[in-house]
Design a protein around this ligand. Structure first.
Ligand code: SDX
Length: 435
């Protein structure tokens, strides 16, 4: 054991008296980990951690979260600094390549992404197969998975060039696919990307522009959307990123893996919460009804939870929620809705909840989803598009983690957890006429 190697943990089986040494592993910052990868082979014992509340599933150098302090770093930079000073594509470069780009790298990266914003023309046919009232997340899961039917020259996961091409294609095409899902739902023609526009401006143009007239998104919208994309870009081993890693561990192609991430993000406990927050605020309707909903959120017999509140990792204010709260005011002001009742309701709900013992004791604070919906609704997005926007932003995090896993030292190992079996022990077969 060298000077810097921590002493191993000791596991003792009280029944047999047997003991096992388990190595302790340290990251660059944050909690150490007990390495249990050899435990079953040595002891015949599994570890047990449903929901992985205490489990580090991998090594990663992309994002670090200090949940107690409410700190979020991307490659070492604070999310507040990135949101304040960067474009979304600068943050994409940081997440993918590990460094903020200089001016020349930034311009080259923007060109690389811009080059891939269009979709194969035949893919537009997929949209025609969906009902107009399909949830756009259903369309995203389908169309993104179908990219693997078209872009065969970027599906070989063992070729670093093809992996990079797949990452750029996914980041570039998600806004186009998302905007087309919206256009299809409102019966308007698809708008093709205009690469003279910035990434974010292009997305807003493809969503809200129409062929009949010029469209320039309000600067406040471009700024707010840029922040929203940055704040949703990556978040360590969250459910959808873990889904992408698991899918990728079998060697599945990158488009199929990202489609699995979109499916996981859709759930209301995860990325679907931003849509659920708006529905919840509309259901509460008036500040007088807040106590009724706080009571329901605390009632174990009531499935209702305060959407946009609580987090598996943050036991403090989600730093992203703070930035979004300030941008919500800016966007509402820019559309003449400074006194938006939904915003006032959200602020009052937050204030009351944060003074309630139940929320204080469980360290339940607003998370990234609590304010994002209010901004998106003010910009004209229907609630059904909120999680789609989360997916557009999170694609860079998904592909960064996917690539980090595939390109890591050593052979790729398939993710295959075990279980604590609680079913029937072996029993003799009973023929039909004896049942
Ligand atoms: C995202 O993982 C990520 O990083 C995700 C994300 C990302 O960027 O990828 O940050 C994005 O998904 C944010 C979370 C969005 N989801 C919501 O806002 C839905 C509402 N929140 C909850 O469903 C919940 O807080 C979770 C799912 C976010 C976290 O669930 P955990 O970690 O499993 O927490 P838990 O269920 O064990 O809760 C601990 C206690 C429980 O009470 P007790 O059993 O201890 O009495 O807190 C209670 C829970 O009932 N609780 C809530 C609550 N969240 C937790 N009670 C009321 N309202 C809530 N929102």
């Amino acid at each position: 054991m060298t000077k810097n190697t921590p002493a191993p943990a000791l596991l003792k089986d009280p029944n047999s008296g047997k003991e096992w040494e388990l190595p302790i592993r340290s990251g660059s910052v944050g909690p150490q980990a007990v390495d249990v990868s050899k435990l079953y082979g040595q002891s015949g014992l599994f570890t047990y951690d449903p929901g992985f509340t205490s489990t580090a599933a991998c090594d990663s150098g992309i994002t670090y979260i200090d949940g107690e302090e409410g700190i979020l770093l991307h490659r070492g930079y604070r999310i507040e600094d990135l949101a304040q000073n960067c474009s979304f594509l600068e943050v994409c470069h940081l997440l993918l390549h590990g460094a903020l780009p200089n001016a020349q790298e930034k311009s080259a990266f923007e060109d690389s992404i811009r080059y891939h914003t269009m979709l194969h023309e035949q893919m537009l046919m997929f949209y025609r197969g969906f009902r107009r009232d399909s949830h756009p997340m259903a369309i995203m899961v389908g169309v993104v998975g179908a990219l693997s039917a078209f872009y065969h020259d970027s599906t070989d996961i063992n070729d670093p060039e093809q992996r990079l091409l797949a990452q750029y294609r996914l980041i570039a095409k998600m806004p186009t696919i998302a905007a087309m899902a919206y256009k299809y739902s409102v019966g308007q023609p698809f708008m093709y990307p205009q690469n003279s526009r910035s990434f974010t401006e292009n997305f807003l143009y493809m969503t809200f522009g129409v062929p009949a007239e010029e469209y320039a998104p309000p600067p406040a919208f471009v700024s707010a959307m840029e922040r929203i994309l940055i704040l949703h870009a990556d978040h360590e081993q969250n459910a959808s990123t873990s889904t992408v890693r698991t899918a990728g561990s079998s060697g599945a192609n990158p488009f199929a893996c990202i489609s699995s991430g979109i499916a996981s993000l859709w759930g209301p406990a995860h990325g679907g919460a931003n849509e659920a927050v708006l529905s919840m605020l509309r259901e509460i309707g008036h500040p007088d009804r807040i106590p009724e909903f706080i009571t329901r959120a605390k009632d174990k017999n009531d499935p209702f939870r305060l959407m946009g509140f609580g987090h598996r990792v943050y036991k403090n204010y989600d730093p992203r929620a703070k930035v979004l709260q300030s941008h919500a005011h800016e966007v509402l002001e820019s559309v003449g809705r400074k006194d938006e009742p939904l915003m006032a309701l959200a602020l009052q709900l937050e204030q009351i909840a944060l003074q309630d013992e139940y929320f204080i004791e469980r360290k339940l604070f607003p998370n990234v989803d609590f304010y994002s919906g209010i901004i998106l609704e003010a910009m004209g997005f229907p609630t059904s598009m909120f999680t789609v926007l989360f997916a557009v932003a999170r694609t860079v995090g998904w592909v960064a983690h996917w690539n980090e896993m595939i390109s890591a030292e050593g052979a790729l190992r398939i993710t295959r957890p075990r279980q604590l079996y609680t079913g029937e022990p072996e029993r003799p077969f009973v023929p039909l006429d004896e049942r």
